[in-house]
Design a protein around this ligand. Structure first.
Ligand code: SF4
Length: 353
């Protein structure tokens, strides 16, 4: 694969982008020339926000233009929530391609682009420990725990599969940093973009408002019934279908995208990736299923999943729904002196007002 072909598979590669675009073209001209692609990119983003099917173009040139335009749009919008939804799609596409990639030159190029220095050693890859740790912050993924890695001369000896996971997370971190940087857009570009982005921005606002009264993502505010299920999963116990159903509905309702929910299933013994993904999609209504509600305390109690004796708030009898517990605990844990807005915190510790 030459660099041009690689760029269409890994559209973030700077070397390829430089070859593809005329550096003298202004941002305004670029967007005007590619106005129909801009409209399609906004449409693509809106579909993602709505949880609809949205695939990347299979045309190599188009794939790169769409990537660039979407990045411009997301930088312009600068909305963490919208960016995260899109970045997860890109991250997953990268992971799939990188897992299949055989060309060592391309593997190295992609890794370098994402600041992950690697050395090849037979069929393994050496990654520096700081670089590994920076990008291996995935909840409940045994394969990315440092204690499960072979170490040699201050480096992690990683399989291609583990390297692909590190690369996937490195991309996500970098992308989110890039698109959330403060960038001053020229007035003409501002005028050009504003009418197109309003729909996707209001969709993001709508979803956030719906979830705002639940506060930021905060695992410490999870009710005992949910904490027990997560704990059981971490220990590798076979959690009941009802327990898993509750976990998915709850995490979905507090705003986690399906990919993040999926990570909670990493240690389940009968782990079957496709089935789990299908079930998550079904329960959250992003597949063909409907969006299921979070079961009430009464239902959970009848299923033997309530642990109210473990927490005074639950045993006070004032809680009738796990989301009520979460809302109460989460909002009462806000930092003193910061009423009103809350920060949404993602897995890597980034936050958004
Ligand atoms: S009272 Fe409700 S929130 Fe508390 S442990 Fe029982 S089911 Fe969960």
């Amino acid at each position: 694969m030459n660099i041009e072909e690689a760029t269409s598979v890994y559209p973030f590669l700077k070397r390829g982008l430089k070859d593809k675009f005329d550096q003298r073209t202004s941002l305004q001209s670029f967007l005007e020339i590619n106005r129909s692609e801009l409209i399609d990119s906004i449409d693509h983003l809106t579909k993602i926000m709505n949880g609809e099917e949205a695939t990347f173009s299979t045309d190599p040139d188009r794939r790169v233009i769409d990537y660039v335009i979407t990045k411009i749009v997301l930088t312009y919008i600068r909305d963490y929530f919208i960016s995260a939804r899109y970045a997860i799609r890109e991250r997953n596409a990268l992971y799939e391609n990188f897992e299949k990639e055989k060309d060592p030159k391309i593997l190295r190029l992609v890794s370098q682009e994402l600041s992950v220095e690697i050395d090849r050693q037979e069929d393994k890859y050496l990654i520096s420990i700081p670089s590994f740790l920076k990008n291996a912050v995935v909840f409940n993924d045994k394969e990315l725990k440092l204690c499960n890695q072979e170490l040699m001369d201050g480096k992690v000896v990683a399989s291609k599969h583990v390297l692909a996971k590190v690369i996937r997370e490195a991309f996500y971190r970098k992308y989110m940093l890039d698109v959330n940087e403060v960038v001053e857009f020229p007035a003409e570009v501002d005028e050009l973009l504003k009418p197109y982005v309003s729909e996707v921005v209001s969709k993001g606002r709508e979803i956030r408002q719906e979830r705002a009264n639940l506060g930021p993502l905060n695992e410490r505010a999870f009710p005992p019934c949910l904490a027990e299920i997560i704990d059981q999963m971490k220990k590798g116990a076979n959690v009941s279908h009802a327990g898993r159903f509750f976990l998915v509905t709850f995490l979905h309702r507090i705003g986690l995208p399906n990919d993040e929910i999926f990570k909670y299933f990493g240690d389940v013994p009968d782990f079957a990736e496709k089935i789990t993904k299908y079930q998550i999609e079904h329960i959250t209504g992003t597949g063909r299923g409907r969006e299921y509600s979070v079961p009430s305390c009464q239902t959970l109690g009848s299923l033997g999943l309530c642990y109210k004796e473990r927490d005074p708030l639950c045993s006070s009898g004032k809680i009738s729904h796990p989301l009520g517990f979460y809302r109460t605990r989460n909002l009462s844990n806000r930092p003193v002196g910061k009423p009103g807005s809350v920060n949404r915190v993602d897995k890597s510790g980034n936050s958004q007002k």
